[in-house]
Design a binder for this molecule. Structure first.
Ligand code: SF4
Length: 78
């Protein structure tokens, strides 16, 4: 489960977040969530994902799918 105490520093405030890349369950830069929902997820200069925009109602379902699809459970919901 994504650790709320170790979040990526570039996440915007809000419900959804990505964990920091250097923790046990951190992003492994697989590129999945930024490609699935680019309206919400971005990649930093190292390719680690973060939430650049909290999802509108239109994108929440896609974000919930990304949470399930992330191979290291690095996407979380507060
Ligand atoms: S799906 Fe998970 S591992 Fe892949 S880029 Fe997104 S947060 Fe990182």
């Amino acid at each position: 489960m994504a650790d709320l105490n170790n979040v990526h520093e570039l996440n915007v405030k809000g419900t959804f977040f990505c964990t920091a890349p250097d923790v046990d369950d951190g992003c492994i830069q697989c590129g999945l969530c930024p490609s699935q929902v680019p309206e919400v997820f971005g990649e930093d200069e190292d390719g680690s994902a973060y939430v650049h925009t909290q999802p509108s109602n239109e994108h929440i379902e896609l974000v919930e799918e990304a949470i399930l699809d992330c191979p290291v459970e690095s996407i979380g919901k507060r």
